[in-house]
Design a protein around this ligand. Structure first.
Ligand code: ATP
Ligand code: MG
Length: 293
C-alpha cells in the first residue's frame, strides 16, 4: 500500500498517499457525472500540474486551485481522489503525492493558535513535501471550515481567530501558488456561501456538482446492483421507472447507493443470498423510506 509516512510533529494532515493506486480507479470511473464535466476538471488539474511553472503569473494567471461545490452526497470528495489518481496516471513518473488536509484540525480555542497552525501548514509542511520535486495534489475537503467567510454575519458569531485563520489560508495559498508550481489544491464544499469570497475568487475553476438526474440515477443503480445482484441490474424497465421516482424526490447519489443496501437488509434471505434482490425490493425500500420521511 503506497501510503507515505506523515513526518513527525505535523498537524492537520490526515494522510499522504502515493498515486497512482489501483484501488483508487473506482473513485474516478464509478462517480457518475456528465462526461464533459469530468473532462474539464481533469484538464484543469493536468494543466496546472504540468504547465503552471512555465507560464507568467501575470500573462496567464493559474492559481493552482480547483473547487468542487455542491450538495452533500454528490461525489465531491470521492471525485477529488479520483481526479488526482487519473492525473497521476497521465503524468507518469515521478509518482504523485496526494495530501489530505483535515480542515477541522485548525480551529482552536486559543487566540492566534489556529492562525499560527494554518500558517505553519502553508509555510512549512507543504513546502517540505513540495521540495521533493514531485507533483502534489493537496485536498482541502470541506474547505468552508478552513476558509470561513469573513462576511458581516460571520464576524458577529465567530471568534476573531477564525477570520485570522482565513487570512492565513489566503496568504498561504498565494505563497504556495507562487513558490511551488508542482502543488495544486483541490477543495470541496457543500456550503459555498460559507466559503470566503476571496478564496473562491482565487480558484481557476469552481465546478458546481449537481444532484444526479434520472439517467445518472439509473447508471448508479445499475453499477451498485452489479456488486451484489447482477440479475436486477438487467431489469431495464423496472429500474428506469424507479430512477424517475428517485430523481423526482431529489435523491442524492450517496442515497441511491444506500437504497440498494437498505433493500438488501430488509429481508434475511436477501442478506444470505443477495443475488435474489429484485427491483420490487428496491421499490419497497423507497416506499418505506418515503413513509419514514
Ligand atoms: N455522482 C456519483 N456517482 C456515483 N456514486 C456517487 C456519486 N456521488 C456520490 N456517490 C456515492 O456516494 C459516496 C459518497 O460520496 P462523497 O462522500 O464523495 O460525496 P460528497 O459530495 O463529498 O458529500 P459531502 O458533501 O457530504 O461530503 C461515494 O463514495 C459513492 O459511493
Ligand atoms: Mg465530502
Amino acid at each position: 500500500m503506497p501510503v507515505v509516512a506523515i513526518p513527525p510533529g505535523i498537524e492537520g494532515i490526515v494522510g499522504i498517499t502515493e498515486l497512482p493506486d489501483a484501488a483508487w480507479v473506482d473513485r474516478w470511473e464509478r462517480i457518475i457525472l456528465p462526461a464533459e464535466q469530468k473532462e474539464r476538471l481533469l484538464n484543469h488539474l493536468l494543466f496546472s500540474l504540468r504547465h503552471r511553472g512555465r507560464v507568467s503569473a501575470v500573462g496567464l494567471p493559474v492559481h493552482g486551485l480547483v473547487i468542487l461545490a455542491g450538495p452533500p452526497g454528490t461525489g465531491k470528495t470521492t471525485l477529488a481522489h479520483g481526479l488526482a489518481d487519473q492525473a497521476a496516471r497521465i503524468l507518469g513518473d515521478p509518482s504523485l503525492l496526494f495530501v489530505d488536509i483535515d480542515p477541522h484540525a485548525f480551529p482552536s480555542q486559543m487566540l492566534g493558535e489556529s492562525q499560527r497552525s494554518v500558517a505553519r501548514l502553508f509555510e512549512r509542511t507543504i513546502p517540505d513535501l513540495a521540495q521533493r520535486g514531485r507533483p502534489i495534489v493537496v485536498l482541502l475537503d470541506e474547505v468552508e471550515a478552513l476558509a470561513v467567510s469573513r462576511n458581516g454575519a460571520s464576524l458577529e458569531t465567530n471568534p476573531v481567530d477564525v477570520h485570522r485563520a482565513t487570512d492565513a489560508v489566503l496568504a498561504g495559498i498565494d505563497r504556495v501558488s507562487w513558490a511551488w508550481p508542482n502543488v495544486t489544491f483541490v477543495a470541496t464544499t457543500n456550503r459555498r456561501a460559507g466559503v470566503d469570497p476571496a478564496f473562491l475568487s482565487r480558484a481557476d475553476l469552481v465546478e458546481e456538482i449537481g444532484p444526479p438526474d434520472a439517467a445518472a440515477i439509473l447508471a448508479i443503480l445499475r453499477d451498485t446492483l452489479g456488486e451484489v445482484a447482477p440479475g436486477a441490474a438487467a431489469d431495464t424497465s423496472g429500474l428506469t421507472a424507479l430512477a424517475g421516482d428517485l430523481a423526482a424526490a431529489d435523491t442524492d447519489a450517496r442515497q441511491v447507493r444506500k437504497l440498494v443496501l437498505r433493500a438488501l437488509c430488509s429481508r434475511r434471505e436477501l442478506v444470505l443470498e443477495p443475488a435474489r434482490l429484485g427491483v420490487a425490493d428496491l421499490a419497497a425500500a423507497v416506499r418505506a423510506g418515503l413513509a419514514e420521511g
